[in-house]
Write a protein that binds this ligand. Structure first.
Ligand SMILES: [Mn+2]
Length: 286
């Protein structure tokens, strides 16, 4: 039992030097607007990940063999959003300069901003695939430009092309912003009318893709443990199919899973998050 490492790995498979991947836990939920609790998620996801099969049942391979190092957790609600961003960005820079591919574990969605900025600086021709219930396109929220509600506006401001999947909650201003800027948003109703939605999305992504997976993109009956649950979302297998297709067709240069909020007496949400984290690491090797 080693509850400090993702998948409960030990020995050579977690050695920093030998590992291709780094799981990067970021504990932060200071700007969360409704329920707090996502700061506990990285630790819980890593704890339950020990229960996963190391063999991928669908792809028939053991994807941990390239090495997965678990970084020490960073972040604290004593930090301002600016300080948190800075710490995430600097750590990501350091890890990527050592040729590590990063899988961030939040925390609230604001933790992604520093990770995406870093990945974009390291990779020309990168786009962001956002799986999320919320558009996250507010320019500012509760006096912060680095709030969880502003993530995709910051991505837009960085000039990074993005596609949103599962988006089903936004106000009129964000709706108009999406229309005016021709943002490519796959709402659940658009997906329902597009049998080839996965191929369509993949054909529009750049060669390099960063995946930011807000767990509330999945339906709240599948993942109840999230800060702002929304009905009408994606199913688990839909998300897995999308991730695998992107992995087979593009280079996934980094990813994160955010907004998991562990619920006492239920492990479902963090278990699904752990499984998706391992699927992302698998897809990065396809
Ligand atoms: Mn979000």
């Amino acid at each position: 039992m080693n509850k400090d490492n993702f998948l409960g790995l030990d020995g050579d498979f977690t050695d920093f030097e030998k590992s291709k991947f780094v799981v990067f836990p970021i504990s932060y939920d200071k700007t969360a607007s409704f329920l707090k609790g996502t700061a506990q998620a990285p630790k819980r996801i890593i704890e339950v990940s020990e229960q996963l099969e190391l063999f991928d049942e669908q792809l028939a391979e053991e994807f941990y063999r390239c090495g997965i190092h678990t970084h020490k957790q960073i972040g604290s609600n004593n930090l301002t959003p600016e300080e948190l961003f800075d710490e995430v960005y600097r750590t990501a820079k350091k890890l990527s300069s050592q040729n590590k591919t990063i899988l961030g574990l939040g925390g609230e969605h604001s933790v992604s901003i520093g990770l995406i900025k870093c990945a974009n600086e390291n990779h020309k021709n990168m786009s962001v695939l956002q799986i999320d219930a919320h558009a996250d396109l507010r320019d500012e929220y509760e006096d912060s430009k680095l709030s969880h509600a502003c993530v995709m506006k910051r991505v837009f401001d960085m000039g990074i092309p993005a596609i949103g999947v599962g988006i089903r909650s936004f106000d009129k201003a964000q709706y108009e912003f999406m229309q005016q800027n021709n943002l490519d948003i796959y709402t659940p109703w658009r997906i329902g009318e597009s049998p080839n939605w996965i191929d369509e999305i993949v054909s529009k992504l750049s060669d390099n893709v960063y995946i930011t997976l807000d767990i509330d993109g999945l339906d709240c009956s599948v993942v109840p443990g999230t800060g702002t649950p929304e009905p009408g979302g994606l199913g688990y297998q839909q998300v897995v199919d999308l991730i695998i297709k992107i992995g087979r067709t593009k280079k996934i240069v980094g990813a994160d899973i955010v907004e998991v909020m562990p619920i006492t007496a239920s492990h479902t949400s963090e278990f699904i998050a752990a499984r998706l984290a391992y699927k992302l690491i698998a897809a990065m090797q396809l």
